[in-house]
Design a protein around this ligand. Sequence first.
Ligand code: ZN
Ligand code: ZN
Length: 359
Amino acid sequence: MAEDFYNTLGISKEASDGEIKNAYRKMAMKYHPDRNQGDAKAEKKFKEVSNAYEILKDPQKKQAYDQYGHAAFEQGGMGGPGGFGQQGFGGFSDIFEDIFGMGGGGPKETRGDDLRYDIAVDLEEAFFGKNLESTISKMTACKENHSYKSCTTCDGYGKVRTQSGFFSMERTCGRCSGTGQEMKGRCGKCSNTGRVKENKKLKIKIPPGIETGNRIRMSGEGEAGELGGQNGDLYVFVKVNPNKIFERDKNNIICEVAIPFTTAALGGSIEVPTIEKKMVSINIPQGMQSGHKLRVKGKGMSILRTEQRGDMIVKVHAETPINLSAKQKKILTDLDSSLTKDNSKLSEGFFNKVKKMFN
Ligand SMILES: [Zn+2]
Ligand SMILES: [Zn+2]
């Protein structure tokens, strides 16, 4: 004869529902097989504890037990097919869920899926920011009026019992997903799934300064949840297209400009374009070398979530003149012989470096 269920849980017959539950939690945690691997005693105790709780948590079964004791659940008792006999405790996983509140086998609404939406913007759009409208196709809640009745599989209980050898398992009913309810008739719109595919217009706000790899989260704009579950989120993944003139380096913008080699030598002022399609004047110092960089403060990219801007880095290249006239050639030839005679006027260029290397 099995031990009294109240003794098993270490409580009195007058224990409240809360006390029963607490006692069970404590015992189940202590004797759970995952925590007592290979301990047959603990496993036996765990089965007893679970078995006792299975009966005492249910008001109807508890009443029958209080009245008839164990006889209430023996063959031919109120257990019935797949009933609540000595072996009739739920599977380990079910109990673990009970303990840790992981659903507990009740109606399980599910959160809708998150959606990903990819978007490409130009560098100028990334600079200024952009509001755009897009249409996306997603699952939304069916707006038809559905009426419900008790689930025909589980009779409104939400769970079904299956006997698997020694164990009797309680599982969430697949037909009603544990809600105990099913839709009356047939909804032509959603085929009784509660959700329909719909095209939805979406307003996306791209903030100034956005970078490739940034994602914008649009809370609740993902797919509808099932059984009234939360909507998922929509993530807009941003890619910034490369630009023909400007190259981005985080908050800075790099711009390469060609200047006449005479300007590079003599110095002067040039105009360069900025990302916002304005011209800005910069000074070229005398004797500027090809490939040198000049910084224009505050003319770079917008910096995300600030009012600030990075810098523009101007990379200067001295352009070699082509299609020279005879007169121009003469001037350059004269210049060339003058420069060759007076080497000190040349900066330490490539040839000087080579010379040093061979010495
Ligand atoms: Zn059901
Ligand atoms: Zn519907």
